[in-house]
Design a protein around this ligand. Structure first.
Ligand code: COA
Length: 386
């Protein structure tokens, strides 16, 4: 097999008439969220994400993203009643998750389970019921992730408990118990911070799929595929692998110096939009520290501080949300390869909002490319090709 990219035809980047990675390209308008890198700020429907994280539960944030306003007490009660009533998954979907190879990544499990969920929905093409389908995914994705979490450990599935709010219920389904309130709050805060972030790679992927007039499940499956990559959502897992590799906070500074010398990409640092710090990091860092205090294990936060300081001193590159989220989830007791599926549980709210927004004012997304392949040539019969 010859290589796909023929080096003879690769032009130098400075000669390209393209914005590699769509950097700086504004591709549509949105009412859902706004990132302002100059002030390190992020708002959902006008509300600063830090205020939402501190003062609202994730359910309220989901309601906000889909309805443009925070719910009143009675609206929230009705929303939660519906979410809790949708949590069960079919026996067939549970069986699909059980039958997946034990060693497959949980992102592959959730991608498959959401795809199956779409196949089970007879209204798949009906856009008028998309808000209901968004609720179906919000309610069922945690059940599917928790089922996979249990099966991969050789444990029995724990059904959802409709008496519990979303965060508590997820702990219950994974561990069979609900931890102390400050641990639940740290988890709930992470879901709010992960819920939405304008035209990031996975959200853009969902909008591209929605723009073909495809259905909300297909678009979400595409979003999960995009989120899995270590340059995007997969970074929260890589951060913890990196911290385990470093092992000792006293070695963190030198580790970072060596990594930068070797041109290694350090996971959990850097961002396409934020250049002076990620709006979500101070809040998540605060809750990661609370996790350290709750567990009495300060090692990861000491390592956090040393890595952050060295990276900023050396390269002026700041941590992104995945940097505090990784150790926070680890200290909560989740297996590392479940960190990105937890991100899916949160981001399904933002994806659904964007898919519905795209459908409400659609034009197919179809950019152009600059051709740098072979010049025009003509076909010889196979007998004449050497
Ligand atoms: N570690 C080391 N160097 C990094 C870096 C990191 N995490 N992030 C950026 N840089 C360097 C780049 O290599 C580049 O250096 P160069 O000019 O010498 O080539 C420079 O900083 C500028 O990079 P930039 O153009 O800002 O990166 P990008 O916009 O193409 O990519 C990310 C953004 C997020 C993909 C990138 O920062 C990254 O891979 N981070 C690690 C993965 C991660 O944490 N992802 C989660 C994002 S929320």
């Amino acid at each position: 097999m010859s290589q796909i990219v023929n080096p003879d035809y690769v032009v130098e980047p400075e000669k390209m008439n393209v914005k590699k990675g769509l950097e700086g390209s504004v591709v549509d308008q949105t009412t859902i969220s706004k990132v302002t890198p100059e002030t390190n700020s992020l708002v959902y429907k006008g509300y600063p994400v830090q205020e939402l994280a501190e003062n609202c539960r994730f359910e309220e944030v989901a309601y906000l993203l889909w309805n443009s306003e925070l719910p009143t007490k009675s609206q929230l009660a009705e929303f939660e009643k519906k979410e809790r009533s949708y949590r069960d998954i079919t026996k067939a979907n549970l069986e699909i998750i059980r039958l997946l190879p034990k060693k497959c990544h949980p992102m592959d499990s959730i991608r498959t389970a959401v795809s199956f969920l779409g196949a089970e929905d007879s209204r798949i093409w009906d856009k008028a019921s998309n808000l209901d389908k968004a609720m179906i995914m919000l309610a069922k994705i945690p059940t599917m992730v928790a089922a996979d979490f249990r099966f991969k450990k050789g444990l029995e599935f724990i059904p959802p408990n409709p008496q519990l709010p979303m965060a508590e219920n997820f702990f219950h389904m994974c561990f069979g118990k609900v931890p102390a309130a400050d641990i639940v709050k740290a988890f709930d805060v992470s879901l709010t911070l992960y819920a939405e972030h304008s035209f990031n790679a996975s959200t853009f992927a969902t909008r591209v799929i929605a723009s073909t007039e495809s259905d909300i499940y297909s678009a979400t499956v595409g979003g999960i595929g995009a989120l899995k990559g270590p340059l995007h959502g997969g970074a929260n897992e890589q951060v913890m692998h990196m911290m385990l590799e470093i092992a000792d906070p006293a070695k963190a500074e030198q580790w970072m110096i060596d990594a930068l010398k070797n041109k290694r990409k350090v996971m959990g640092f850097g961002h396409r939009v934020y250049k002076y710090g990620d709006s979500r990091v101070p809040t998540m860092k605060k809750y990661a520290q609370k996790m350290a205090d709750a567990t009495g294990e300060q090692k990861w936060m000491k390592m956090y501080a040393a890595l952050e300081k060295t990276m900023i001193d050396q390269k002026k590159i700041h941590p992104n949300l995945d940097f505090p989220a990784g150790p926070a989830y680890y200290m909560m007791g989740f297996e590392i390869d479940f960190f990105t599926p937890i991100f899916v549980m949160a981001r399904t709210t933002g994806w659904s909002a964007h898919i519905m927004e795209q459908h409400s004012n659609n034009r197919i997304i179809r950019p152009l490319s600059e051709y740098n392949g072979p010049a025009e040539r003509h076909v010889k019969p196979v007998s004449e090709r050497n």
